[in-house]
Design a protein around this ligand. Structure first.
Ligand SMILES: Nc1ncnc2c1ncn2[C@@H]1O[C@H](COP(=O)(O)OP(=O)(O)OP(=O)(O)O)[C@@H](O)[C@H]1O
Length: 512
């Protein structure tokens, strides 16, 4: 056994080891303590200096070296006198006889030597029936040859949170996950894409580069025609007063007015309101005029000579089947990418809400008629998620995304919420996000909110999270035995490899 350190003190929370002089232990390294019938995998969460020399002597020797006295001056047996102490927390214990894992309940033997974790230490990992491959086990900054998968259907319906500082690899991770899920027939993905980075363009690979993209990717964009992308046009009949009320600020009188028009004219309410010369019921003229102006501004629909002119994504004549087609595609396990990069944030969320509402109501019906088990799970990918599920979200509380965050799992609809600011997501919603894939986070307040709502005890992981590099992550989930340090693959590399070997099958192992 190649010993890298020896246990010298500690308690159940933190085991302290002294590093062997010839070794270099890194933050986040995985080390193994062997027992007769089991072994425990531990992770380094802090590093510090240790010394047998008094401070006074150390300061004196350092001063002499700095000031040029005694260039060759050193301590006797320097590797014995000064050393590094690493703090470790126990992650998981594996029973050798039956290869099963469980939470550590014992301290490793005092003074025992520890070695680095190897691939075979993770042989206890199982493959799931509907796997979602996330990446490889990581020890410090090194990737092991052990792939991690989670039970995809369960993980997606119980929501995923991807918190990280800017540039730490959030989009890369979600693109990698979407790539993995693309041809899986147990799920559909709705990606609301405010930066137009998922479909791919010439020179920037995206999901359209997947070998099965023709069959499983469908994209909509309000912009100019792009090969393979549908133009996003939604018929105004699809818009209901309650969709609008969540995104546009309306006075009581204005709310009553749009409700009255809906009561009277049903799906033609927008057209009738915009072309109305006289208000219906007891609506005041000024309220009607203000409502016309608001609809014109937000929906880009204008009245001229008693005719409607539609300039934006909402149309009087076209787009009647867009929402239905999108929901159908999701149900047939496609990945649907909605490029919202040219839309104003409120309109982006309005479109997202209309789809999410239709989907939610459909799945609610499936639940009540016992058809839900035959339906795929749907995950809605939300970039900058606090815009809709945050304390100060730009659409009103009680919106469909909040509803999905709170009760979507019952109906097989989940969120994949991406954010730099988890601290502004209410605690109850954070706690509902049963899988968190944590990338590097520089701000302590943001780390705290994640540590407090994690499925495993991450109280010792603050420094580890702060020191995560691009593509390095920790998964904490109710569906894993322990918080797993992982390395996420680089999306561009996956695409390049697939294009070189289009028929190669990737093998993986999973975790229970
Ligand atoms: N797993 C990875 N392996 C290697 N490089 C990566 C990985 N993930 C991200 N990167 C690098 O980091 C850059 C930023 O990644 P990405 O755009 O995914 O971050 P982000 O957190 O979504 O950023 P932003 O907050 O600005 O949207 C990428 O362009 C890529 O160069």
């Amino acid at each position: 056994m190649n010993v890298v350190g020896r246990i010298v003190s500690g308690d159940f929370d933190t085991v302290k080891i002294r590093q062997k002089a010839s070794e270099t232990i890194e933050m986040g390294d995985l080390l193994v303590a062997e027992n007769q019938n089991s072994y425990t995998i531990l992770q380094v969460h802090d590093l510090m200096y240790g010394s047998q020399i008094s401070n006074k002597e150390k300061n004196l020797v350092a001063g002499m070296k700095l000031e040029g006295y005694g260039r060759d001056l050193d301590f006797t047996d320097p590797e014995l006198s000064n050393y590094i102490i690493a703090d470790l927390k126990s992650l998981v214990t594996v029973e050798k006889n039956n290869n099963t894992s469980h939470s550590p309940k014992k301290l490793p033997q005092f003074f025992s030597g520890m070695r680095r974790a190897k691939d075979k230490d993770f042989n206890f990992i199982q493959t799931h029936e509907k796997p979602l491959v996330i990446g490889n086990v990581r020890t410090g900054s090194q990737k092991l040859d052990v792939e991690i998968n989670l039970p995809g259907e369960e993980v997606l319906r119980h929501h995923i949170l991807v918190p990280a500082s800017t540039g730490k690899g959030k989009s890369n991770l979600v693109k990698t996950m979407a790539w993995e899920l693309l041809d899986q027939e147990y799920c559909g993905l709705l990606i609301i894409d405010p930066h137009n980075e998922y479909y791919g363009t010439q020179g920037t690979p995206g999901l359209s580069n997947h070998p099965m993209a023709n069959q499983f990717v469908e994209a909509y964009s309000p912009g100019k025609n792009q090969v393979g992308v549908n133009k996003l046009v939604i018929n105004i009949q699809e818009l209901k007063p309650w969709d609008l009320m969540k995104v546009i600020e309306l006075s009581n009188a204005q709310t009553e007015a749009i409700n009255a028009y809906y009561q009277e004219h049903k799906e033609n309410w927008i057209k009738e309101l915009m072309l109305s010369q006289e208000p219906i019921n007891n609506i005041q003229e000024v309220t009607l005029e203000t409502m016309k102006r608001k609809l014109a501004v937000y929906l880009d629909i204008h009245e001229k000579n008693n005719q409607l002119t539609c300039k934006g994504i909402f149309d009087e004549k076209a787009g009647e089947s867009t929402i239905e087609n999108i929901v159908q595609s999701l149900e047939s396990t496609k990945t649907l990418i909605l490029d919202t990069s040219n839309l104003e944030a409120k309109i982006e969320l309005l479109v997202g809400s209309i789809i999410a509402n239709r989907l939610f109501n459909r799945y609610k019906k499936y639940k009540s008629t016992d058809q839900i088990n035959q339906k795929p799970v749907i995950s809605i990918v939300l970039e900058e998620a606090p815009r809709v599920i945050g304390e100060n979200s730009i659409i009103q509380s009680g919106n469909i995304f909040e509803k999905i965050a709170r009760e979507g799992r019952k109906f097989k609809i989940g969120l994949t919420a991406i954010t730099q600011l988890p601290s502004v997501i209410p605690r109850q919603i954070l706690a509902n996000m049963n899988t968190k894939i944590i990338l590097g986070m520089e701000m302590r307040s943001e780390r705290n909110s994640i540590v407090e709502s994690a499925s495993q005890d991450l109280s010792k992981d603050d420094r580890n999270i702060a020191t995560l590099d691009k593509g390095e992550a920790i998964i904490t989930s109710t569906f894993t035995d322990f918080a797993i340090p992982i390395k996420i693959p680089y999306f561009k590399k996956i695409v390049d490899q697939t294009q070189q070997k289009p028929t190669e099958q990737i093998e993986f192992r999973g975790i229970t």
